[in-house]
Design a protein around this ligand. Structure first.
Ligand SMILES: [Fe+2]
Length: 424
């Protein structure tokens, strides 16, 4: 029987289909351009190859086309007969996820990975900050991500994908030095893995390596296709470092070319969160942000995410709506907040509303109340600095500069010298 790159048996007798499948899975794992096209090629080569068809559904989901993912996995579910246990697991997991049943989906992932630990296609759904654990909204999710990836360690050894995910979990739980060593090895094994370059960027950020980070990711992006999934978000990292270095022309060049709606080619979740985030962090740093830019990202949020659903998206949408002055859209998020982190989302949305009307004491009260558990809102530590620095702004506006300095030194000591908020 033929096997995939992780030695799992696969049900195709075509060596060409196998090679195409291995390549397609690698493209998905490394965020390369052409992921869905790669799975299309697998299906064209062997239309009866269940993992190829289930993989196509997952590829659509992972690149932001949930409706197509639902359609494809529905067809697989309805037509696949006599499948193996592992194939049934792929169908079940990708079906649950495409239909938004993330809680049941994660339970299915845990069962599946226990039986098939080297099934990276399924394990992948629950690694990284953008996975099922990262977006769970539950307390302790960063530690859970480290536990999940650590449990896989004996099964993967020196594998670039595994080391990439392990390094991210280490980084986000504060083990930055260890993460640094692990990501070096991952990138040595596969230098063109965009998720590896992403984790390398987070490690530079957490180590306070601003100049090194900007030159690293600028060089790396030179050879990365604009249509690939991570291009916009990696450009956000570059724009953020440019801002930190006071290179505001360079920051705006990146935002306008590769981050904002209408320019970035990536997934709406990144386009919304990255744009709202960089606009507000620019404002905090003292840049003037045209109201038109806020209206643009607010309209984008209303178009692509008309109803609240995923807290990470919703709190960035709330920021955009508040700054754009769209009270109806902001109220929709507050009244429709759902999921395990709905309590924090309501506080964050109200806080942004208070910031927009310059009610600094109220914004301070709301942000303070959520900050102990801000990780439940989702996103990386670098992304959640938006909230950290928003609170500092509220303090500074009330003349509490000593308190702001102490808070930054306490919460984000490595960033204490980066002047993230004007007047600090
Ligand atoms: Fe990131």
């Amino acid at each position: 029987m033929l096997t995939d790159r992780y030695d799992n048996p696969i049900s195709t007798s075509s060596a060409t289909a196998r090679d195409l499948y291995v390549s397609a899975v690698d493209k998905l794992l490394e965020g390369a351009p052409g992921i869905t096209e790669a799975f299309d090629a697998v299906v064209a080569e062997d239309p009866g190859f269940v993992l190829g068809r289930a993989g196509l559904a997952r590829a659509h989901h992972a690149t932001g086309n949930v409706a197509k993912a639902r359609e494809v996995i529905g067809e697989v579910r309805g037509t696949a007969n006599g499948v193996t246990d592992r194939e049934a697991g792929h169908i079940r997991v990708f079906d649950l996820l495409a239909n938004g049943k993330t809680k049941e989906g994660f339970a299915a992932v845990v069962d599946h990975v226990a039986a098939h630990p080297r099934d990276a296609m399924v394990a992948q759904t629950s690694t990284s900050i953008f996975g099922l654990i990262g977006f769970s909204g539950l307390p302790g999710r960063e530690a859970e991500m480290l536990a999940f990836t650590s449990a896989l360690k004996p099964h993967y050894g020196d594998d670039w994908w595994y080391l990439n995910q392990y390094a991210f979990a280490l980084c986000e739980t504060g083990q930055v030095d260890k993460a640094d060593t692990v990501i070096d090895r991952s990138l040595a094994l596969n230098p063109r893995n965009s998720h590896g370059a992403h984790v390398r960027s987070h490690i530079y950020y957490e180590a306070g390596e601003t100049q090194l980070g900007l030159s690293y990711i600028s060089d790396w992006l030179e050879d990365y296709d604009r249509s690939a999934v991570m291009h916009g978000h990696l450009s956000w990292h570059a724009a953020l470092w440019a801002l930190q270095l006071g290179q505001t022309d360079e920051m705006w060049r990146r935002v306008d070319a590769d981050v904002k709606p209408g320019a970035a080619l990536g997934m709406p979740i990144n386009i919304l969160s990255d744009t709202a985030s960089i606009l507000y962090r620019a404002e905090l740093a003292g840049e003037t942000v045209a109201q038109e830019k806020w209206r643009e990202v607010s309209a984008y949020a209303s178009r692509f995410f008309p109803e609240p659903g995923l807290t990470f998206i919703d709190y960035h949408a709330a920021l955009a709506h508040a700054m754009a002055g769209d009270g109806d859209a902001l109220n929709r998020i507050m009244s429709g907040a759902k999921g395990p982190a709905a309590d924090l989302l309501r506080d964050a949305a109200q806080a942004f509303g208070a910031i927009a009307r310059q009610d600094w004491p109220e914004a301070e009260r709301l942000l303070t109340s959520l900050m102990a558990e801000d990780a439940r809102l989702g996103g990386s530590r670098a992304q959640r600095d938006l909230l950290e620095f928003s609170l500092l702004e509220c303090l500074l506006k009330q003349g509490k500069s000593e308190e702001a300095r102490r808070l930054l030194a306490l919460r984000r000591p490595v960033l204490a010298d980066t002047h993230p908020v004007k007047g600090l």
